[in-house]
Write a protein of this length. Structure first.
Length: 164
């Protein structure tokens, strides 16, 4: 199932990660030099690094779901017959999708609350706090979409039956 939407999602996630790394690493390098060489610390550098790290992680969890690289407890599926294990895997995938959609919804509520109150970061009064919560919505939504595309769609292509 390769569509324009998936191509855009792939590129967007990779671009977000690259941009955040490109911004975060120099800021941290300058902060370290300023702190240890000049005994000076920028008040905003830690916050920029934290926001960058959050954006990198949340874009990364969606990419990990695309590549099926998330950790799973597979003990039950390893020791049970394949005819039973495939249903446990299906349940696990459906649970992951539902949980990520629920989590995305709850984080979106926090984003909306932060947006309406217009709370800003203490060290960067021009930047609203909701900027740090948006990747949570996007990342968990991305995991739900990726899990559906990578794990559920192949099952639906086989007329709804779960193949070995």
């Amino acid at each position: 199932m390769k569509t324009r939407f998936i191509d855009i999602l792939d590129n967007l996630e990779a671009d977000i990660i690259a941009i955040c790394i490109f911004v975060t690493l120099p800021v941290l390098a300058v902060q370290v030099v300023a702190r240890y060489v000049f005994s000076y610390s920028f008040s905003w550098a830690e916050q920029v690094a934290r926001i960058g790290f959050v954006w990198i992680c949340m874009a990364g969890i969606s990419l990990a779901a695309k590549k099926q690289m998330h950790l799973k407890v597979e003990m039950a599926t390893e020791y049970l017959p394949r005819s039973i294990a495939k249903y446990i895997e299906l349940f696990s995938d459906i649970f992951t999708i539902v949980f990520c959609l629920f989590l995305s919804y709850k984080i979106a509520g926090i984003v909306f609350m932060q947006f309406t109150k217009w709370q800003t970061f203490p060290s960067m009064t021009w930047l609203p706090v909701w900027v740090m919560y948006i990747p949570g919505v996007l990342g968990t939504l991305g995991v739900a979409i990726r899990t559906f595309i990578v794990r559920i769609c192949p099952l639906l292509k086989h007329n709804g039956s779960i193949k070995e």
